[in-house]
Design a protein around this ligand. Structure first.
Ligand SMILES: [Zn+2]
Length: 408
């Protein structure tokens, strides 16, 4: 048999669908008898007889739904809860899959500690795949435990939350749609004085904790808010009063025409103090009492002339900003810094509150009062208030939450 015969055989195979094995064997046998190398048998695979039909069962199988196609939702998890993992909800299209049947969840570490953790979700049944899902345990919310307000400040205290990097305090006037301001403090701070609040407003305060995870702050929920009104401050004919005390400092000036000489009640209190001091061989006298706006103008300008404005502002008030214009402030004996070390200055510091005076610019409080330590400058407030403020160890500004800063 030659090449032509082989073509004959191929045609014959096309016609016959039975006895494939026999035919293949025949082809091989034929090929073996030709001069040229036989055509490779794979030619046969093109024949319809070689096609294997897939079973009906295999055709109807739905390919497994992969976890990538599913939506995974993790419930937010706060630290220190009873739980060690967030709740997981997985849905495919609109169907919610069943935990245990469609998937299982396992945690790498059973932990409710604040920070980053990982869950492994493994699909089962008609679903396939496995996925690691990171989740973050955020810290617990602190609770505001105290909130005391003054004229422009508020002191907040809150409970500690374990395992955090710090706290944030939010404060905003309750009646305003202004963006809230936020103060951030470290983890060891559990109280904070907020400053620069707007006068005569009611503020809303709240606190939250945070932990830095992978460079980002993870926050607790905010605490329940606390609303509190600030201490009232009022202006009468250009003069400022808080708690019925006339306030004059770098923030609050007096009008140029305010001026009534020394206050009789303050003078009377001073003379009683002077007499009592004399009985203890301490001599004290007023060297500067009431100063009018125009006199203060000259005084301040001479300081500016001598020392420049920056240094002048540390020791002398600009016109309208001097407490001496109130008639309630007196300089005693000497305005030299060395006065602080005299028995007279020490007696004054120890006793003046009993007569209704305070040392108005104490040592180390320049950033608060705006003035260097003036051991000689006393201010009359009345006995009750002077004793309260002296006992508090605070300056007048601190006690009422007042600023003392020139506007420019
Ligand atoms: Zn003075």
């Amino acid at each position: 048999m030659g090449i032509v015969n082989r073509e004959k055989i191929r045609k014959m195979i096309m016609k016959r669908s039975a006895s494939i094995g026999t035919i293949v064997a025949a082809v091989l046998l034929t090929g073996a008898c030709t001069q040229k190398p036989a055509t490779p048998p794979q030619t046969l695979s093109e024949a319809p007889v070689s096609v294997v039909q897939p079973s009906q069962e295999a055709v109807s199988t739905v390919p497994a739904i992969k976890i990538n196609d599913c939506k995974i939702k993790l419930e937010e998890l706060h630290g220190n809860t009873e739980k060690s993992q967030p709740d997981v909800t997985i849905s495919y299209r609109n169907k919610t899959l069943v935990e245990g049947t469609d998937y299982v969840v396992s945690a790498e570490e059973e932990s409710s500690s604040v920070g980053k953790h990982e869950l492994t979700i493994t699909m089962r049944g008609d679903y396939e795949g496995s996925q690691k899902v990171p989740y973050i345990v955020v810290p617990d919310s602190p609770v505001l435990t105290a909130c005391s307000t003054k004229v422009t400040t508020a002191l907040l205290e809150w409970t500690a939350v374990k395992d955090v990097d710090g706290y944030e305090l939010e404060y905003v006037p309750a009646d305003q749609k202004k963006p809230a301001r936020i103060a951030r403090v470290g983890k060891d701070t559990l109280s904070c004085e907020l400053q620069g609040l707007l006068e005569n407003r009611t503020y809303r305060f709240r606190v939250r904790s945070f932990k830095v995870v992978d460079g980002y702050s993870e926050y607790s929920a905010w605490s329940d808010p606390t609303e509190k009104a600030l201490t009232k401050i009022k202006t009468v004919n250009g003069a400022t009063y808080v708690d019925d005390i006339l306030i004059v400092n770098k923030t609050y000036p007096l009008p140029a025409d305010y001026g009534y000489g020394e206050d009789p009640e303050a003078l009377d209190a001073f003379y009683r103090m002077q007499a009592d001091a004399a009985a203890e061989n301490i001599w004290i006298g007023i060297i500067s009492g009431y100063r009018s706006y125009s006199v203060q103008s000259v005084t301040y300008q001479s300081f500016v002339y001598d020392r420049g404005q920056y240094e002048a502002d540390r020791v002398s008030a600009r016109p309208g900003h001097s407490e001496h214009q109130t008639g309630l402030a007196f300089d005693i004996n000497s305005t030299a810094f060395a006065f602080a070390d005299t028995p007279e200055a020490k007696w004054l510091a120890r006793n003046c509150s009993q007569y209704g005076f305070i040392i108005r610019y104490p040592e180390g409080k320049e950033s608060v009062t705006g003035y260097q330590y003036e051991s000689w400058h006393i201010r009359y407030l009345g006995v009750e208030k002077a004793q309260k403020i002296t006992a508090s160890g605070l300056t007048l500004e601190e006690y009422y939450g007042l600023s003392s800063r020139y506007a420019d």
